[in-house]
Design a protein around this ligand. Structure first.
Ligand SMILES: Nc1ncnc2c1ncn2[C@@H]1O[C@H](COP(=O)(O)OP(=O)(O)O)[C@@H](O)[C@H]1O
Ligand SMILES: [Mg+2]
Length: 423
């Protein structure tokens, strides 16, 4: 069969993939039998797993509309941004992303290393209560390099502006600005999904609290206007492959130059969701209690290491003359940490009441427990957003969770939950 030239975009099906991959990369022999599966679990992209005799690859092709609704158009340019972010991290954090074999600008397809074997997606590993003692160390190194080394602290300012231009990502930012920065406060598209038990709570605490909404408005304009560093912007436990001694960050199509705090804060929300899932499951089970404890220690260790490594890298790599002024790095890091607390609160809120639900919450079978857990996450979200100026360490986060749990217990009618042990 004659090989196609692939000089204009079309959306591939499984049947197209063997010819395509052989035309594009020298990975398989011409006559090799390939098995192809489409394994995408998201709403917008097509993920082809291609297996030959000895090797395998992943192709991620960006569709030009969402899979749910063909009239909801999305630019395939996000595929180029995803590939550019992976290429950038290969320089800043070698080995911390799937290896990029090729980005096909016409077909908007990324051909990359398949992560399999002993790598697991962190979200599912945490739902199985698996622990990764080195995670906080590996993840803090990744983020500090990714953020500091793409900021004006280090880069030539003209070079950085041109880089920011390369990562202008209006449609994906628009999704974030709606889901994270608007809909927790105003259900403007009527697509939030609130458990019936929590409708009054969300109405009073989120939709009708104008002082709270004001803080949301400030965070929204910070997100839109602070082109501080190259951020992933959709960094959660489903975007990290993990094993004992390694992490691989992926799904980078939301990347753009935004506030540094977004990545650490957004991610931390998902450690809290792993905690919430464990908390709702079995309160008195010793292994669950110690797993929950490990999650909170991970948050504390992560921020301690992030702060230490951030200061070190700032000192070693700062180039801007004004940024060398005594006191500046402490002030700068302080703003990043506050922004992180805000981003964590926004993500906690939108993943609890917004459009995109998480298995961490929806898999909680007991409705009353799930409603209680969701209220704890919402109380925590609000606390972090309102008090973000004073959230400067991991222990500030875990103290906020303690407050949220204590308030829930004090205000809840559910006496059966009063004997919950906090860990
Ligand atoms: N490099 C990879 N190796 C192995 N599996 C992958 C790889 N990239 C994606 N996947 C699988 O495909 C799923 C969807 O990928 P993702 O990049 O999150 O797509 P989307 O942006 O459409 O959600 C992942 O959850 C994972 O199971
Ligand atoms: Mg994605």
């Amino acid at each position: 069969m004659k090989t196609k030239t692939y000089d204009s975009y079309f959306l591939m099906t499984v049947a197209d993939v063997p010819d395509y991959i052989k035309a594009k990369v020298d990975f398989f022999t011409e006559d090799e039998q390939l098995s192809v599966d489409e394994i995408g679990d998201g709403n917008v992209n097509y993920i082809f797993q291609v297996r030959g005799k000895h090797k395998s690859v992943i192709i991620k092709q960006a569709g030009d509309a969402t899979r749910l609704d063909p009239t909801w158009q999305l630019t395939t340019e996000r595929g180029r941004i995803e590939a550019d972010y992976l290429a950038m991290q290969e320089k800043l954090n070698p080995g911390s992303t799937p290896e990029l074999y090729l980005y096909d600008l016409v077909m908007c397809a990324i051909i990359m290393e398949e992560l399999s074997g002993d790598y697991a997606i962190l979200r599912f590993a945490l739902l199985e209560r698996r622990r990764f003692p080195r995670f906080a160390d590996m993840f803090s190194t990744y983020l500090v390099n990714a953020l500091v080394l793409t900021s004006d602290i280090v880069l030539d300012h003209q070079e950085k502006k041109l880089l920011a231009k390369q990562f202008i990502n209006p449609q994906m930012c628009d999704i974030f600005e709606k889901l994270n920065n608007t809909e927790p406060f105003i259900d403007v598209y009527k697509r939030n999904r609130v458990m019936s038990e929590n409708k009054d709570f969300v109405q009073a605490e989120f939709y009708e609290d104008v002082a709270f909404r004001l803080e949301g408005a400030k965070l929204k304009f910070e997100f839109m206007n602070n082109a501080q560093a190259l951020i992933h912007a959709d960094l959660h436990t489903g975007a990290v492959f993990v094993r004992e001694d390694s992490i691989k960050i992926f799904d980078t199509e939301f990347a753009f130059f935004g506030p540094m705090g977004v990545d650490p804060g957004n991610f931390t929300a998902h450690i809290f969701f792993a905690w919430a899932n464990a908390d709702a499951e079995a309160v008195q089970d010793v292994s669950i209690l110690s797993f929950k404890q490990w999650l909170l220690e991970t948050i504390e260790n992560f921020f301690a290491l992030f702060i230490k490594k951030f200061k070190n890298l700032f000192r070693e790599r700062v180039t801007d003359l004004m940024a060398k002024t005594p006191g500046f790095s402490e002030w700068y890091l302080g703003t990043v940490l506050s922004e992180a607390a805000g981003a964590c609160g926004l993500e906690l809120a939108r993943r609890t009441i917004g459009l995109s639900y998480l298995p961490d919450l929806i898999n909680i079978q007991d409705e009353a427990r799930r409603a209680r857990t969701e209220r704890i996450m919402l109380r925590l979200a609000k606390d972090l957003i309102l008090n973000r100026a004073s959230i400067k360490s991991g222990t500030d986060y875990t103290a906020a969770l303690k407050r949220a749990t204590a308030t829930e217990e004090a205000e809840s009618d559910e006496a059966t939950y009063l004997d919950y042990v906090f860990l």
